[in-house]
Design a binder for this molecule. Sequence first.
Ligand SMILES: Cc1cc2nc3c(=O)[nH]c(=O)nc-3n(C[C@H](O)[C@H](O)[C@H](O)COP(=O)(O)O)c2cc1C
Length: 356
Amino acid sequence: MADDLLFSPFPLKNFILKNRIGVAPMTRMSGGPGSIPRQDVLDFLVRRARNGAALVYTEALVTDYESAQGYPGQARLLTQPQIEAWREVVREIQAAGSLAIMQMFHCGRMAWPEVNPAHRAIAPSAVTPKQENPLTQKPYPVPEAMSPFDIDHVINGFVETAKGAVAAGFDGVEIHGAHGYLINQFLSSYSNKRTDSYGGSVAGRYRFAHEVIQAVHQVMPKDRLLLFRISNWAIADMKVSQFSDQTEYQQIVSLLNKEPLDALSVSTYDFQEPAFGSGKTMAALSREVCDLPLLICGKIYDRATAEEALQHADIILSGKSTLLNPNWVEDVREGRSLKPFTSDQSQVAYTTEPLL
Ligand SMILES: Cc1cc2nc3c(=O)[nH]c(=O)nc-3n(C[C@H](O)[C@H](O)[C@H](O)COP(=O)(O)O)c2cc1C
């Protein structure tokens, strides 16, 4: 019965999720110079676990101290005080019967160099998004095309951050390959104009993602999860399709399917929208070429949309509904009448008022 599916357990590697619902990763820009989120932002995550979500994601953590940060107040997991702060949150999420997943990212060309200690902006190629940075209201800086040294350094940042997550006790880590950030920039011919072995063909553009996944996998204990997030949309130049067509998207998902990943998270703006003129959703297109457990996100806001989303995916993630409604999981369980929240409403994520 569909009613049971959403709240039925799901086996994920060595874990059993108590239901198919997760809290999507959400950046809150709340940290100070120590790159640790405000306590109320950490407490917010614990409350979502207590409300019954089977998975709780962190915001996207920044993978190095040089060029990875794209927004002020972002968190890192590279120092002992940062590990200690997250260890406590993880413990409480787990005590509520949920899994804690750390998401990590490098912003690449979506950079705000002033917020990075080394003031650098790096990317596959020296190409900016067309749109201005909505936070600075200025054009994004022209990034430096990454050298082989930069590539190694950035991969090492992902590895070190994953080690921080393991030390803090996280059940898993997710490599953020979506939304037009660095890994997505390598995957997409819209931002990757390289002529070396990290550009050109799909295989070339995929190489950086492969190297990040392989390097992180090496440091993940066998009993922890490794996930990857992908999307066809980006935060800047939002209307641009990151993949040229269905074939290219499915080629990349097929390559991800061969990696030592435990699940693939597909991020959409609206999970019901057909993609690439195929008449099929992103989840359905992913499922055709991928045997990994699939997570789907994008305008899932009540029981009906959650159940529909599970037709082509295994786990649903909610962003805005879990941000703005601390009782969302229980409301969905009860089948209460709920409405989607807007992007404008989600700006509350960045205020200093603690969210319930
Ligand atoms: C305030 C806010 C911050 C977000 N930060 C992240 C992030 O750090 N990493 C990420 O992968 N997605 C991020 N997202 C996107 C969400 O994870 C999700 O994909 C998106 O909100 C669509 O789902 P929804 O319709 O349920 O809100 C953010 C969304 C919001 C509203």
